[in-house]
Design a protein around this ligand. Structure first.
Ligand code: MN3
Length: 208
């Protein structure tokens, strides 16, 4: 079962001016496509070919000889969700009820979330991601940052929201101003309905 590049859930110009058509064309059509193509190439003959993406990704992460494969599968997973974590006229503090209540108790509300999430993305040195994650054991919400293609899933947590802080995600629109990109993401792009949908599903169980 080969991995395939999903289409964007909106038009290429839908997120402008916060994320331009040019950024989405490069990011989706070139970068995400390369992870899919390289992932399909590297997974051949590993015995992981027939697993669902999430299981193959965790298995590749645990096997250090498969670090190259993990990078592609991690990034494929991250980007599948990343496109849905944004929408036109998104962002801000209008968060669906139950999720809002837990953000209030675990992260000091929207303002606490925003501060920690932007701080996570800003201080991730080099390429990587910042996350709103749920710990699978405690159910608690937390902010994380990870390098390269890593994500909360490989650390036993559920990824509720992630922001790509690789330069390819913001350099065309914001140049080196990563904090400005992160602020625009939080204030104008987050698709809270999709975040809430993942939240309501609860901890992501991955067969080991
Ligand atoms: Mn990317």
């Amino acid at each position: 079962m080969a991995f395939t590049l999903p289409e964007l859930p909106y038009a290429y110009d839908a997120l402008a001016p916060y994320m331009s058509k040019e950024t989405l064309e490069f990011h989706h059509d070139k970068h995400h496509k390369a992870y899919v193509d390289k992932g399909n190439e590297l997974i051949a003959g590993t015995g992981l070919e027939n697993l669902p993406l999430e299981e193959a990704m965790v298995a590749a992460y645990k096997d250090k000889s498969k670090a190259g494969l993990f990078n592609q599968l991690g990034q494929h997973f991250n980007h599948i969700h990343f496109w849905h974590w944004m929408k036109k006229d998104g962002g801000g503090s209008k968060i669906p009820g139950r999720l809002e209540a837990q953000i209030k108790s675990d992260l000091e509300g929207f303002e606490g979330f925003k501060k920690k999430f932007i701080e996570g993305g800003t201080t991730q040195f080099g390429s990587g991601w910042a996350w709103l994650a749920m710990d699978n054991a405690s159910g608690k919400l937390e902010i994380m940052k990870t390098p390269n293609g890593e994500n909360p899933v490989v650390h036993g947590k559920t990824a509720l929201l992630g922001v790509d802080v690789w330069e390819h995600s913001y350099y065309i629109d914001y140049r080196n101003a990563r904090p400005k990109y992160l602020e625009a993401f939080v204030d104008n792009l987050i698709n809270w309905d999709y975040v809430a949908e993942l939240y309501e599903k609860g901890p992501m169980k991955i067969a080991a």
